[in-house]
Design a protein around this ligand. Structure first.
Ligand SMILES: N[C@@H](CCC(=O)N[C@@H](CS)C(=O)NCC(=O)O)C(=O)O
Length: 204
């Protein structure tokens, strides 16, 4: 299998972190250069018509994109350690936590960065700066919620590490780099400690 990734891009990082947590070997990583718009070129679009990264090319030639879908596939192939739930009940609660992280935390961070950062102007045209800044405010609302949530639980979905922590951590790392987001300085100690804790994991 081949995994199409781009260095520093947060969505491919979700999948590479998932792979590292499971200690999966043998998936070849292929770099796609987003700055050169390689993902919009004919060769890549022929593989992934939706054009983004990550994408996983299976040995039978089919190509799977969407980070969570790729993780679902890999979880099926490599069930241990379980990161997405063992029972339908647990799967549903982990999915709830993961979608909250993806749609609210990751989404507002991505929108803020894509619409305000000059480095992202090649990918996001037009950039709406007011919208970007308002998404930065929305992200803080979620971050405050998450800080309170983590005051009572070690991980986003409860008492064990799951895909929801990967999504949250990759979002927080993206914000750390390009929004200079520092939870401790904003009075969010539980979120700060959480980010530090997850950063100690192998393969991060
Ligand atoms: N929903 C997709 C999002 C993929 C995505 O937006 N990837 C970014 C890199 S982090 C990308 O390919 N951007 C290219 C562009 O915006 O043109 C997923 O979950 O994987």
């Amino acid at each position: 299998m081949k995994l199409y990734v781009s260095p520093r891009a947060p969505n491919p990082r979700r999948v590479t972190m998932f792979i590292a947590e499971k200690n999966i070997r043998g998936i070849e990583e292929v770099i796609v250069n987003l700055s050169d718009n390689e993902h919009k070129g004919a060769a890549y679009v022929a593989k992934n018509s939706f054009s983004g990264v990550p994408a996983l090319e299976l040995d039978d030639g089919r190509v799977l994109s969407e980070s969570r879908a790729i993780c679902t596939y890999l979880e099926g192939l490599h069930p241990e350690p379980n990161l997405m739930g063992m029972t339908f009940d647990e799967c549903a609660f982990i999915e709830m936590a993961d979608r909250r992280m993806e749609l609210s935390l990751f989404g507002s961070i991505a929108n803020c960065i894509r619409h305000t950062h000059p480095g992202l102007s090649a990918l996001e045209q037009p950039q709406f700066h007011d919208f970007g800044h308002s998404q930065g405010e929305k992200m803080l609302v979620v971050a405050r919620w998450l800080d309170q949530h983590l005051a009572n639980t070690e991980y986003v979905a409860g008492d064990r590490f799951t895909i929801a922590d990967i999504t949250a951590f990759c979002a927080l790392e993206f914000a750390r780099g390009l929004m200079k987001f520092n939870p401790g300085e904003l009075g969010l100690p539980h979120l700060h400690a959480y980010r530090d804790r997850i950063s100690q994991r192998q393969g991060v």
